[in-house]
Design a protein around this ligand. Structure first.
Ligand code: EPU
Length: 303
């Protein structure tokens, strides 16, 4: 009898290269933390993604698209389900004048660099954000006063039945570090409208913002970007800083001494170390400032 693992291996053309069982997710997250996924699959076409949606309705095994794993904390127990990475056709980018069609699997730094070379302005802020376009859409990723949703004209998603749905910018419901896109089976890609400009001016701005990031935020040690959302009108990093929490350590996880809103995996930190540190920070900041910090980093595999 065919089980779900056999069924999964019929979805991609070369399962030996693109499907693995018992895959350590620490290899696929910037945090370098996390147990195993029951399965890990690289999906490269719309047809394969449709087949995966059909598989999902039939077998009822949890599916999580992990993008580039840059804003993700995976449980030490791993994920009882299938982790998906979008590659190939689903990570392509096409330029037509100032209109860009980009697949959800495309990395943001690559998008930023390609646009600067094409003399197109609007994503200079994204060079220092290591995620994929899909994650940037779901999270409405941003920095230096810009957010990804600002340049998005429409978003293509796949629903649970495997149908493609095109959403307008407004239907995507972009908010600060959030959107309505979580409701769908998978983000497929987006159309962006950028502003034509001068290659040198755009490149200088992009490199300047990247420099600003590397001087104000940690970038060598493993981390998942900002751990907490900023409370209205303030900076979580500043609050953590004034509470004296920079450098506070639990197990292998430590609050960055460069920017208070980053937790670093300095020495084989576990997901429990990170969550213990998150709780410690939340309690301390609440006690000293009255403000409740909410986490921004996505979680996978927790009950
Ligand atoms: N500050 C401190 N101590 C710290 C950190 C910050 O005093 O440890 C102060 C800074 O000196 C500054 C203010 O707080 O006066 C704001 O700091 P910063 O400019 O670094 O911005 P932020 O509000 O802490 C936000 C985003 C970042 C983004 C930067 C740059 C959130 C949660 N964070 O941080 O995004 O890169 O602005 O635009 O919205 C992310 O979302 O993962 C992320 C890193």
């Amino acid at each position: 009898m065919m089980d779900w693992k056999d069924a999964l291996s019929t979805i991609v053309t070369d399962p030996n290269a693109r499907l693995r069982f018992g895959e350590p997710l620490s290899k696929h997250t910037h945090f370098g933390i996390g147990g195993e996924a029951e399965a890990y699959i690289e999906v490269s076409t719309i047809d394969e993604l449709t087949a995966l949606a059909h598989f999902h309705s039939k077998w009822d095994v949890p599916v999580a698209v992990i993008g580039r794993g840059s804003n993700l904390l995976v449980s030490d127990k791993g994920f009882k389900g299938i982790c998906v990475k979008l590659i190939g056709e689903l990570a392509e980018l096409e330029v037509d004048g100032n209109v860009i069609t980009v697949g959800a699997g495309h990395p943001l730094p690559s998008l930023s660099k390609l646009m600067s070379k094409s003399g197109l302005s609007g994503v200079e802020f994204a060079l220092g954000i290591p995620g994929a376009v899909g994650g940037a859409l779901i999270m409405n990723a941003g920095a230096w006063g810009s957010s990804f949703g600002d340049v998005v004209t429409d978003v293509t998603v796949m629903d649970e039945t495997g149908e493609l749905v095109k959403l307008t910018h407004d239907e995507a419901n972009f908010e600060y570090r959030n959107s309505g896109l979580n409701a769908y089976f998978c983000i497929v890609g987006a159309t962006l409208t950028l502003q034509p400009g001068d290659v040198d001016t755009i490149t200088t701005l992009m490199n300047g913002l990247f420099k600003q990031k590397t001087t104000t935020q940690p970038f060598v040690e493993e981390n998942a970007g900002c751990m907490f959302k900023n409370p209205p009108g303030d900076s979580a990093g500043r609050l953590i800083d004034i509470c004296g929490l920079k450098g506070h350590r639990i197990g292998g996880a430590e609050v960055s001494t460069v920017h208070g809103n980053f937790i670093l995996n300095l020495d084989n930190a576990t997901a429990s170390d990170v969550l213990d540190l998150v709780a410690y920070i939340q309690n301390d900041v609440k006690e000293k400032t009255g403000i409740s910090l909410q986490t921004e980093v996505k979680r996978l595999g927790f009950d």
